[in-house]
Design a binder for this molecule. Structure first.
Ligand code: CA
Length: 316
């Protein structure tokens, strides 16, 4: 009989020895060991947002949200219990200089991907971090395709406002880090974009699936088509999830909320499918502002989506 049966780790309320919390998968990287598997890194940058954003707080709330879930997928009868998420911590952001911050993001993501054999799970931050993230990802992976879940094209011109959370995909195209034909935008929404930027994306031969396409064709059918097409040209696929692709009813904690977005069932079907694709080798979630969220609903949605991706990946 264990005399210390009822001593638990501090903060472990209502601990039950038969329940493993998903937060236990997160294990702090020791600063030197070469690791394999999954790497989590937070990018608390949101000063680059066009509108007011507290997305810099999201890496913390998303990590904490993992404690809301267990490691067990009942739908697959699969337990993620042995899956380690090596947590590299957060990238130090420059207090005032956005370009310097982006450079640090590029340097750190690049170091993680070069020194370790890992699938990056990057917690933003706003959508501006996509540019340094993908730049680093592309340099280590070769020809890269992007599947972008977003309400917006994010190809604003760089002359009016400089690099921001409205410009990352334009920067990637214009710096030739990705080819337009290998950019797939899914969930682009009515009354949230302009014709000029729709035309810009088409001129670059990027693929656009609006929310109407998602409703009518179905997300898995779209992704099957997309993966089959990208597989002809790319070495790896990076999945970018701007949480504002999800309807405001499910994701109230985004700076740009709105109706007509994706529901969570559709999102999870997408990430379960993507988890099974060997070409999918990197992931980021951006645009969650915990300061305007309700009970961390949107951060919890991010954690649940990551678990869905991981369980999908391990599907047998
Ligand atoms: Ca976006």
């Amino acid at each position: 009989m264990n005399r210390y049966l009822h001593l638990v780790k501090p903060g472990t309320l209502f601990d039950d020895r038969h329940v493993t919390r998903a937060s236990e998968m997160l294990q702090a990287w020791n600063g030197k060991e070469k690791v394999e598997g999954y790497a989590v890194v937070g990018v608390p940058l949101s000063k680059s947002s066009i509108s007011h954003s507290g997305a810099s707080f999201a890496p913390g709330t998303i990590r904490r949200a993992f404690s809301s879930y267990t490691t067990y997928s009942i739908e697959k009868d699969y337990d993620l219990i042995g899956t380690k998420l090596h947590d590299f911590g957060d990238i130090r952001i420059h207090v005032t200089d956005i370009a310097a911050s982006q450079e640090r993001v590029y340097d750190m993501v690049s170091a993680i991907l070069t020194d370790h054999k890992v699938f990056p799970i990057i917690l933003g931050g706003d959508n501006s971090i996509t540019f340094p993230n993908v730049k680093a990802f592309a340099e280590t992976k070769g020809k890269v395709g992007i599947i972008q879940f977003d309400a917006h094209h994010d190809v604003r011109n760089l002359v009016d406002g400089g690099p921001s959370n409205g410009t990352p995909f334009r920067s990637l195209l214009e710096n030739k880090i990705i080819d337009g034909e290998n950019l797939v935008q899914i969930g682009i929404r009515n009354f949230s974009n302009s014709k000029a930027y729709r035309d810009y994306v088409s001129e670059h031969s990027a693929h656009v699936f609006t929310m109407k396409d998602v409703r009518e064709q179905g997300i898995v059918s779209i992704l099957q088509e997309v993966i089959a097409d990208l597989a002809k040209r790319v070495d790896a696929i990076y999945v970018s999830l701007d949480m504002d692709v999800v309807d405001q009813a499910f994701a109230p904690g985004c700076p740009a909320i709105g109706p007509g977005g994706m529901n969570t069932d559709t999102l999870f079907d997408a990430f379960d499918f993507l988890g099974r694709q060997p070409l999918v080798q990197g992931f980021e979630v951006v645009e969650i502002d915990p300061t305007v969220d309700f009970r961390d609903m949107t951060s919890r949605l991010a954690a649940y989506t990551i678990l869905t991706l991981l369980a999908g990946k391990n599907y047998v």
